[in-house]
Write a protein that binds this ligand. Structure first.
Ligand SMILES: *[C@@H]1O[C@H](CO)[C@@H](O)[C@H](O)[C@H]1NC(C)=O
Ligand SMILES: *[C@@H]1O[C@H](CO)[C@@H](O)[C@H](O)[C@H]1NC(C)=O
Ligand SMILES: *[C@@H]1O[C@H](CO)[C@@H](O)[C@H](O)[C@H]1NC(C)=O
Length: 244
């Protein structure tokens, strides 16, 4: 009888321990599937200090897009989140000088279409593809890392990852001390493609275009003559030097 009581006691003790360990371990993993979908704005609001970023994410609707991507894709998202200090150290009026399209590009430039843990940045190859696009001249984002030190450069701005704001299996948010400005905002745009000929006055337009062909040809002839002459002068110079 005493024996039975004893074993009953140890069994319930074992059960209590088991139950306790399963409940505590189930607290560590991220949100259970039954929880509501991830809302990046809610996460940033909770973290605090991201007022301007939240405003830009909302006005550009990139937040809606990110929430949808998290729901519909398995690749996850990484967001570099400049805090309010980062935005206030921009040149005064800079943000207001951007068009809606540039604001969209700026915010997409802070988003990677994959979930990257802090120690996995060294697996990416430079330039890293952001959601702003992959033009290596204008939209390059280079990331170099060693352990948890992560350096970012856009060619215009250098900064480092200041810490992790949030991470689950899908979404990683890292705080950065500077706004990542793409080179695209600072290098001159390539000349736009020639405008289509207006419908009215098509014939006169054509005439003037035909007329323009011959001077252009003359020009290139003149150019090659110039080059030719230049060559002759260099030759004359070399001969002169040698005959000294
Ligand atoms: C990051 O940049 C700092 C200087 O800004 C440098 O000392 C460090 O070596 C860099 N780290 C990596 C991993 O590139
Ligand atoms: C980024 O990395 C690529 C490849 O290493 C390099 O060619 C490019 O110059 C780098 N750009 C910047 C802005 O550091
Ligand atoms: C960024 O870092 C690179 C190399 O570390 C340096 O050459 C460049 O001048 C820096 N650019 C800015 C804007 O600080």
């Amino acid at each position: 009888m005493v024996m039975m009581k004893h074993s009953f006691f140890s069994l319930s003790l074992l059960l209590i321990i088991l139950f306790h360990s399963t409940t505590t371990s189930s607290q560590t993993p991220a949100p259970s599937p039954s929880s509501s979908p991830t809302d990046i704005i809610r996460i940033l609001k909770k973290a605090g200090g991201f007022t301007t970023l939240i405003r830009l994410l909302t006005t550009t609707q990139v937040s809606t897009q990110i929430n949808a991507q998290l729901l519909n894709s398995n690749n996850g998202i990484t967001l570099f989140a400049p805090n309010d200090n980062a935005f206030s150290s921009l040149k005064p009026g800079f943000l207001n000088s951007l068009s809606d399209q540039q604001k969209d590009e700026l915010i997409q430039f802070h988003v990677l279409p994959t979930f990257v843990t802090i120690t996995n940045f060294d697996t990416l190859s430079n330039p890293v593809r952001t959601q702003a696009g992959d033009d290596p001249e204008r939209l390059a984002l280079n990331i170099t890392s060693s352990g948890s030190q992560v350096n970012l450069t856009t060619g215009v701005v250098n900064t480092t990852v200041g810490g992790s704001v949030y991470s689950d299996h899908q979404l990683a948010i890292y705080q950065v001390d500077k706004v990542l400005l793409p080179r695209d905002f600072f290098v001159p745009k390539p000349p736009p493609p020639p405008a289509p000929a207006p419908l009215k006055g098509k014939d006169s337009k054509k005439k003037s275009e035909d007329g323009a062909v011959s001077p252009a040809g003359d020009n290139s002839d003149a150019m090659s003559l110039k080059k030719h002459m230049h060559g002759i002068w260099v030759f004359v110079g070399v001969v002169a030097v040698f005959s000294l």
